[in-house]
Ligand binder design. Structure first.
Ligand SMILES: C[S@@+](CC[C@H](N)C(=O)[O-])C[C@H]1O[C@@H](n2cnc3c(N)ncnc32)[C@H](O)[C@@H]1O
Length: 465
């Protein structure tokens, strides 16, 4: 049951959402939490007997998460809020005062304002924004943070008392990929990763604020790692979540890059397959960053130029180059710097680096056969038989088998369980289970352009035992 204080906080939130301009919203990342999500976040925290709880709300906005905490613990809370926007801080202070929730509001940057340890409960829906490696606030963090939200999570976890618990509403991007690796290593070694709630639809929870990131709720606590992690999922707003409990090792890739999955590994048809990397293959990212290479890009072909291949050179009809595009399709690689960016003639599988949850397939793979050395733009990954430092082409039949495999529904399901961001990272591809080289070559022998999804899945099933 959601009690009346939370409904009152929701009224304040809705009013602020309706009156906040898009610029202010995106400058401060003011995507305020609806009351249903605030209630769910607070319900993920354990019961607590006895006295009052010291609570912290980082980036408190209008204070709706503090109100949810107060309701969760029957008012037995003393909340410290930190909020950068003085106007929201004022609204938060007024709201909590009116509801008679004991609190203090500090107006300032949560990454700078001194925050002592010793909190029993921390709750946050932090701002999402890239954080530069040179940002002075990095120095105060225990690990490098690529985004404000992971920096807030570190501040939150550092503030916990022994046995304290933290729930954060965050994008899913921290769960995989190299950017967040240091953060994951730090968080998973410092705290117990206890629970997460994932949503069936990306637009489900922040529908009135246009949040496009796939979002999750995660609970950590200042305790030794619990043996199991509780995973709940809701398919529809207000629907009853489906709750499951999985061993920690089945959700966290403890032997690899510590990627966190939302459904366990080792329980499906991909069980027992070697990863792409362990099979002697390697996924790398296209080397040409076009806006850093303007001097050597050319719109028109001249002898001696090489192709610059972009993601949009691949469609369901196959590979075409050059295409009419607002970006130059040719590159002059005569200098040593750009000669190093050429990949040798031969066969590869390229995979687009960005795709969204709403697309029918997250992994978009295409065979690429090069008669001469050419270059790949940075929005493409490519799979080859070399190492991160040396590109070696694939056997052409294996490349075709791998394209079919990466296009299968099995791989799509595996990928969706692992990644909630819009990126398809080379590290995700390297960790992907793949059939043996013999099986991939056999599959490649049946490759045809323009197969339907059913045909691709049928072929993949036919070569697997
Ligand atoms: C995603 S909103 C969430 C607000 C509120 N906690 C909620 O759940 O509705 C993030 C909040 O963090 C605030 N904020 C942004 N950058 C901040 C910073 N560096 N320090 C403190 N607060 C910040 C924003 O003004 C905004 O209120």
């Amino acid at each position: 049951m959601v009690a009346s204080a939370l409904l009152m906080a929701e009224e304040t939130r809705s009013h602020v959402v309706a009156t906040t301009g898009d610029t202010a919203r995106s400058d401060y990342s003011q995507y305020l939490t609806p009351y249903q999500t605030a209630h769910l976040a607070a319900s993920m925290l354990s019961d607590a007997d006895g006295g009052r709880l010291r609570c912290l709300d980082l980036g408190a906005g209008t204070g709706i998460l503090s109100v949810a905490l107060a309701e969760r613990y029957g008012g037995r809370v003393d909340v410290d809020c930190v909020e950068l926007d003085p106007e929201l801080a004022r609204i938060c202070d007024g709201e909590l005062s009116q509801l008679e929730i004991p609190h203090r509001v500090a107006v300032g940057d949560a990454l700078i304002v001194p925050i002592g340890p010793g909190y029993d409960r921390v709750i946050l829906n932090p701002p999402y924004r890239k954080m530069a490696a040179g940002d002075v606030r990095q120095a105060g963090l225990p690990a490098r943070s690529p985004n404000l939200y992971s920096a807030f999570m570190m501040v939150a976890l550092c503030a916990l008392a022994p046995g304290g618990e933290c729930v954060a509403i965050v994008p899913r991007s921290w769960t995989n990929g190299q950017y967040f690796q240091q953060f994951r290593a730090w968080a998973l070694s410092t705290c117990s990763f206890d629970a997460m709630h994932v949503y069936g639809s990306r637009t489900e929870i922040f529908s009135d604020t246009n949040v496009l990131q796939e979002t999750m709720l995660v609970r950590f606590s200042k305790r030794p790692q619990a043996p199991t992690v509780r995973v709940s999922e809701s398919q529809v707003k207000d629907g009853e979540p489906v709750v499951r409990e999985y061993p920690f090792d089945e959700l966290v890739d403890t032997g690899g890059d510590l990627a966190v999955r939302v459904t366990p590994a080792g329980r499906g048809p991909l069980d027992g397959m070697a990863t792409l990397k362990a099979s002697g293959l390697c996924a790398s990212t296209g080397k040409v960053v076009d806006f850093r290479s303007r001097d050597v890009l050319r719109r028109d072909y001249e002898p001696g130029l090489n192709r610059l291949i972009y993601a949009w050179n691949f469609t369901s009809e196959g590979y075409t180059h050059p295409v009419d595009s607002y970006k130059p399709q040719w590159i002059d690689c005569s200098s040593e710097r750009f000669a190093k960016q050429l990949i040798p003639a031969g066969s590869y599988v390229v995979v687009k680096r960005f795709s969204s949850k709403e697309e029918s397939r997250r992994v978009k793979a295409h065979v690429l056969d090069l008669g001469e050395p050419q270059t790949l733009e940075n929005h493409l990954n490519y799979v080859h038989a070399g190492t991160p430092r040396k590109t070696v082409p694939l056997d052409p039949a294996l490349a075709r088998g791998l394209e079919l495999w990466l296009s299968s529904s099995e791989v799509d399901a595996w990928f969706r369980a692992r990644s909630g961001s819009t990126q398809v990272n080379a590290s995700d591809l390297n960790a992907m289970p793949v059939p043996s080289a013999r099986q991939l070559i056999e599959l490649g022998g049946r490759w045809l352009l323009g197969l339907t999804q059913e045909e691709v899945d049928g072929l993949c099933r036919s070569v697997l035992p």
